[in-house]
Design a protein around this ligand. Structure first.
Ligand SMILES: [Zn+2]
Length: 82
């Protein structure tokens, strides 16, 4: 690059950067929908009604196991309804 072009190239760089920040201010990124803020449920998680005394018929989280869904509250294995 020649010496005469250096100030010109610097000015282009400054104007270019200003244009980019202006565009970022005028066109902000679209707001993300609320769903994106929720943590994704784990794939091996299942919500089932648990009818043991401890869980008192509440819907609780269950984990998928080979034996069937296991309640996280009372650790009982549920029979899978066919
Ligand atoms: Zn339970």
């Amino acid at each position: 690059m020649s010496a005469e072009l250096a100030p010109y190239m610097a000015a282009v760089a400054v104007v270019g950067a200003a244009a980019i920040t202006w565009a970022a201010r005028v066109y902000p990124a679209p707001a993300r929908p609320a769903e994106d803020n929720k943590p994704a449920p784990a794939r091996d998680e299942l919500w089932l009604a648990c009818h043991t005394t401890r869980c008192a018929h509440m819907t609780t989280r269950h984990d998928h196991t080979a034996a069937g869904p296991v309640c996280r509250g009372c650790h009982t294995v549920k029979e899978v309804q066919q």
